[in-house]
Design a protein around this ligand. Structure first.
Ligand SMILES: [Zn+2]
Ligand SMILES: [Zn+2]
Length: 467
């Protein structure tokens, strides 16, 4: 069986079970799974999980793992399948989505059929993909963006990837997954030390994220604090094929590209912002999402919470896998063309043309499919989101080989992705009026660290990472 759970596949008990009638076999398998698939308390391996995936993914292979319980359409008219499966089979689903469909996510996960039904009934994707959430997507902060983006340091991104991939794993139901989230919050707070307008929190209002919190750092907007710009990526990791005896605690899942690279890129964008005393007009939120690898759970909880509170999110950038450059790739950055906001995509193209093309960088666009990564959570909740990534994805994704040394040992490929992220942050978040009256710099590529009109901060310009 192609997608058989490895713990079952290797179990001697299965050989005995083969002679039993199918129903008895299933019961035996389930019992055996309960004994071997040791996950943390609260993560009953036999507890049903309900997934929402595309009808195409279901027909292509998910049907071998999960049982269809309903077929529905979302606001885009997309045919979706609700299906149930035991929790222990999620690793196989992750394996299928990577091996057969070449992506990180691919489904949303729920604790009940009712939650899955409600999610589809309340879907706001049609509004999210087409609506213009801002009257004007101007690009006019070249005087700040050009010098700031050139301050992005490969060594900083590399150091963060290196640290985050040194955990045993960042699995959502492990102590390491919790510790990694705390480290990210503390590191981000350290970078923002001395800024009373910057706060950070662990977001725990996710009902199916086990012990893993999401991380949210907020730079309060000086003029339009209720207008929110989000830059995010997922902080968890997973291994898709585990040997017998694997637990949430001992699973080996370094996740250097997926998605330590995204978090490291965000961390460097934040460092550049703080090093230059950036004070945005709009509120900027940096987010590290919990439990993306098991059905976009952390981002879904946050997006639904923001929707329930009527928050005004004007743009979301998702960074998932930024550091592996395929030898066959002929471009530097790949923008995802589906399940994201058309005006924000055009804004990103314009940012690229303004800031990256003149420096010789190139961008590609591809579709990624339903529920491909956390941007899809924002889209489903009616918010404008965009995602760009490394291009053809890392072949070692979701394996023990997702390590920095297998990506050339550098963070070079993440640098232009971080630079475009600096442009996204400043041009969407804008700059408070007092800091906007800076003269234009003479030309692109100027490396002046910051304009003198911006008040100096202690540690400004230093590559301090806060740990
Ligand atoms: Zn990912
Ligand atoms: Zn992944």
């Amino acid at each position: 069986m192609k997608f058989s759970h490895p713990m079952l596949w290797l179990a001697p008990a299965l050989l005995l079970a083969a002679a039993l009638p199918p129903q008895a076999q299933a019961a035996n398998q389930a019992r055996h799974a309960a004994e071997t698939a040791q996950v943390l308390p609260g993560q009953d391996p036999l507890a049903p999980v309900y997934i929402v995936t595309s009808s195409e993914s279901f027909a292509r292979g998910v049907k071998t793992l999960a049982t269809k319980t309903a077929v529905r359409r979302n606001s885009l008219g997309k045919t979706l399948v609700i299906a149930s499966m035991p929790t222990y089979r999620l690793e196989e689903l992750s394996h299928y989505m990577h091996e057969e469909e070449g992506r990180c996510g691919g489904y949303f996960a729920f604790g009940s059929q009712v939650e899955a039904e409600t999610f589809i009934r309340n879907d706001k994707s049609a509004q999210a993909v087409s609506t213009s959430f801002l009257a004007d997507y101007s690009i006019d902060k070249q005087a700040l963006v050009n010098p700031w983006m050139l301050q992005v340091q490969e060594t900083n991104i590399r150091a963060t990837i290196s640290h985050l991939s040194s955990y045993q794993n960042r699995y959502f139901a492990s102590s390491h997954g919790y510790n990694a989230a705390v480290w990210i919050r503390d590191t981000w707070l350290g970078i923002a030390a001395g800024r009373r307008d910057v706060t950070a929190e662990l977001f725990t209002a996710c009902t199916n994220c086990s012990t893993q919190p999401s991380v949210i750092l907020t730079i309060r907007g000086f003029e339009f604090p209720d207008e929110i710009v989000v830059l995010g990526g997922h902080l968890d990791s997973i291994r898709q094929s585990n040997p017998p005896g694997t637990t949430a605690e001992n699973m080996v899942a370094p996740g250097a590209d997926d998605d330590a690279s995204g978090i490291a890129t965000l961390t460097e964008i934040l460092r550049v912002a703080m090093a230059n005393g950036y004070r945005p007009k709009r509120t900027i939120k940096f987010m590290g999402y919990a439990a993306e690898e098991v059905g976009l759970r952390g981002s879904k909880a946050i997006a639904q919470s923001f929707q329930a509170q009527g928050k005004n999110v004007v743009g979301v950038l998702q960074l998932d896998m930024t550091n592996w450059k395929s030898p066959s790739s002929t471009f530097d950055i790949n923008m995802i063309s589906d399940y994201s906001n058309a005006p924000l995509q055009q804004f990103t193209r314009n940012l690229f043309a303004t800031y990256m093309t003149p420096r010789g960088f190139t961008m590609n666009e591809t579709a990624c499919g339903y529920a491909c990564s956390d941007h899809a959570s924002w889209t489903a909740s009616g918010f404008p989101a965009v995602m760009y990534d490394e291009g053809p994805i890392f072949p070692s994704l979701h394996t023990t080989n997702d390590r920095l040394e297998n990506m050339g040992g550098t963070a070079n490929h993440s640098v232009p992705i971080a630079q475009l992220g600096v442009a996204f942050m400043v041009e969407l978040g804008k700059v408070r009026a007092a800091d906007s009256t800076v003269p234009s710099l003479p030309g692109r590529g100027n490396t002046r660290p910051a304009d003198p009109a911006i008040p100096s901060l202690p540690g400004r310009g230093s590559p301090k990472r806060g740990n």
